[in-house]
Write a protein that binds this ligand. Structure first.
Ligand code: ATP
Ligand code: MG
Length: 243
């Protein structure tokens, strides 16, 4: 068996962009005969192998395909073409609040998400106090999620992801909304993950964190791989191209 945690072979992802809501009946009839969708290739023939235990950072401009890549690895999306293999249980910390329900309380959301991420309900119940404590949200445990701030939502998501103890952790950006103290806590937790040989893929516009935390970085540009390798070198190349 190969030692890769994540393998992508010639993976492409197409989204269909709907165009122009039509204002008139005539327009509606006319546009019925025309193409109403535009193809948007968010990823173009990407091949990538992430060895077990590696921390891979993904950088690139807005719209370059970073979240799409994480969504494919986390099986939120299916690839339009190509082949993806994942070895190990994945926990994904994607867009803020994704997977959370605004009307449920913090505690109910933890239960729901723990189960979605593959834990048994009774194990989530056992860890409930620890998860809420890690997130430092004791006071808001019984409040509906819609009354949480962005940072509080992220804390809860991060706490659940960490406690499900995945082999592969995906983090899309969200850490940036945490305050200094909580970010430091997250980084310590990420380090603990690294030390225990877990695989991490994270997207960040914070290039200092990329340099500090990752063992390898890739730069995506318009859905294609532009650079791959030592984080210092990749960040430098990315910066000099976008300056
Ligand atoms: N669900 C979707 N439906 C249609 N188009 C989408 C969808 N998700 C992403 N796209 C398009 O795919 C392209 C890549 O988007 P993606 O979210 O992967 O970018 P990103 O690199 O994560 O950007 P950012 O730095 O802003 O988070 C963009 O052009 C975007 O408009
Ligand atoms: Mg994104």
């Amino acid at each position: 068996m190969s030692d890769a945690a994540i393998q992508l072979q010639d993976v492409s992802k197409r989204f269909r962009l709907a165009h122009h809501p039509v204002a008139t009946l005539k327009g509606a009839v006319a546009s019925f005969w025309k193409r109403r969708f535009e193809d948007l290739w968010a990823l173009k023939s990407l091949s990538l192998e992430v060895p077990r235990g590696q921390t891979l950072a993904v950088v690139g401009r807005n719209g370059s395909g970073k979240s799409t890549l994480l969504g494919l690895i986390g099986r939120i999306y299916l690839p339009t073409a190509g082949h993806i293999e994942i070895h190990g249980r994945v926990a994904a910390l994607l867009e803020l609040g994704a997977g959370f329900h605004p009307d449920l309380t913090g505690e109910q959301n933890v239960l729901l998400n723990g189960v979605i991420l593959g834990m048994r309900e009774r194990d989530v119940r056992k860890s409930l106090d620890d998860i809420i404590h890690f997130a430092e949200l004791e006071k808001f445990r019984d409040a509906p999620l819609r009354s949480y701030s962005a940072g509080m939502t992220m804390r809860l998501g991060f706490a659940v992801a960490v406690f499900t103890d995945p082999q592969i952790l995906l983090i899309d950006e969200v850490l940036a909304v945490g305050d200094q103290a909580f970010q430091a806590k997250c980084l310590r937790e990420i380090q603990r993950f690294q030390e225990s040989g877990r695989t991490i893929v994270f997207v960040s516009h914070d290039l200092d964190t990329v340099r500090r935390v990752s063992g390898r970085a890739i730069w995506l540009h318009e859905g294609a791989l532009r650079a791959d390798g030592d984080p210092e070198a990749v960040v430098k190349e990315y910066l000099s191209a976008t300056a």
